[in-house]
Design a protein around this ligand. Sequence first.
Ligand code: 13P
Length: 211
Amino acid sequence: MEEAALRRLLVELAGSLFARGFSVGSAGNISVRLPDGYLITPTNSSLGRLDPARLARLDAGFAHVDGDPPSKEVFMHRAFYGARPEAQAVVHLHSTMATAIACLPDVDPDNPIPPLTPYFVMRIGRRMPVLPYYRPGDPAMEPAIAQAARDARAVLLANHGPVVSGRSLTDAVYAAEELEEAAKLALLLRGSNPGLLTAAQVNDLLATFGS
Ligand code: 13P
């Protein structure tokens, strides 16, 4: 996709996330890979009011070369691109239900959301580790994310929110949405005893739709 079209798509998808409450205020940031660098949302910008011409442009080494100053969490995105060559986009949100799960002390740190539905498994995969709390913008989280992202498409930052990668910008946004809905289901069903997809069903989904 041409850069101009990617800029428009990023603004459209970010606006849609904001309009539906997946992001509030200036929370969240989104990036997409270009042939020679990256586009990322400017720091302190609202996902609901982005300007395609003012997105921050980074070179292949993640240095800011054009547009407004980039998100203070560039390193969070860099960790995913470095660990996952297939990643074309990264979405970070503070979406309510996923963040609620990231605040619970007693979840499985490798799989805080059980395999309740096929689309969660298809979009997020087999594992989604919970990483410790870091202050937003703290570069110390980069090595932790880079290591976890080697075998996870998404991570949950404790008391902060999800970071999700995708094979395209649309894929990353859809995965972030699916994660939020799965988190909502997991919270709705907390304390009950829901049926989960079996290991064989999870394997079948990942074999059929890609892991
Ligand atoms: P930026 O405005 O710098 O992208 O930070 C927003 C955010 O979501 C922090 O976690």
